[in-house]
Design a protein around this ligand. Sequence first.
Ligand SMILES: Nc1ncnc2c1ncn2[C@@H]1O[C@H](COP(=O)(O)OP(=O)(O)OP(=O)(O)O)[C@@H](O)[C@H]1O
Ligand SMILES: [Mg+2]
Length: 289
Amino acid sequence: MSQSTTATPQAPAASHSGSSLVNASRAEGATVGNPLLDDPRISCRSVNVWYDDNHAIQDVTLDIGRNQVIAMIGPSGCGKSTFLRCINRMNDTVEGCRCTGKILLDQLDINSPQVDVVALRAQVGMVFQKPNPFPKSIYDNVIYGPRIHGLVRGRAEEDELVEASLVKAGLWNEVKDRLHQPGTGLSGGQQQRLCIARAIAVSPEVILMDEPCSALDPIATAKVEELIDELRAQFTIVIVTHSMQQAARVSQRTAYFHLGRLVEVGETRKIFTKPGHQLTEDYITGRFG
Ligand SMILES: Nc1ncnc2c1ncn2[C@@H]1O[C@H](COP(=O)(O)OP(=O)(O)OP(=O)(O)O)[C@@H](O)[C@H]1O
Ligand SMILES: [Mg+2]
């Protein structure tokens, strides 16, 4: 990622009262709703991302709150995953990708040259669309991160952390008698909860989830959603989803992206009942996307 530029926070766009929608067919102009929060966990200011000439994220300013779930929604290709990957610098590894803007995690400028990216990714964990356990035992999947980050010493501490992480991920009862069997031998939904346990084990502050339920059946999805709701007491969660129902069930705030722009952000209830932008309304009512 290239060095960030300092940006002036945008003033929040005027909020929209009544039923008047911003009737723009294109995603130009300021974000509708209030992208800023008091005392945010993460502040993103004028974030831009290019893949060579493709301007994939365009001047996105957004705060992400503590102990809450923010859902990122929008049509395929609008930049949700790209934006998510800015938050733990996963785009650093993408050839041809250039990012500008400022992202603060609490007071830490995550793009500062002093930041250790490996440590940052422990603070800002990620759960991917497809469960991706390591080809190791269930136990080792969970303890691998804490070991490399020096968070545990000795078998007793390791056992305790493995159990606590699996309990938090809602998986302990299903795996406690098979901890030394391969993680890849679990069902898809169990594997996804194992990946969540693995992310939690290093005590992150933020968990980024990119369509974490898209490969799961409705029962496994319900379990992961329940878990997300419990985890928000302790973590800040950013979830990308194509399911409007899921966004409505798990998030307190929703951000609607369109062609690389943050078109609208607000309380989830409001976004789904009284969106302020025509593009948001078209998307949530299934008119496109
Ligand atoms: N690794 C990459 N290299 C080049 N271009 C990319 C890369 N990843 C994404 N893009 C481009 O950036 C834009 C945004 O893609 P992104 O994957 O962030 O969208 P998305 O909203 O997550 O879509 P989906 O809902 O399909 O996952 C698209 O034009 C895409 O082609
Ligand atoms: Mg994506």
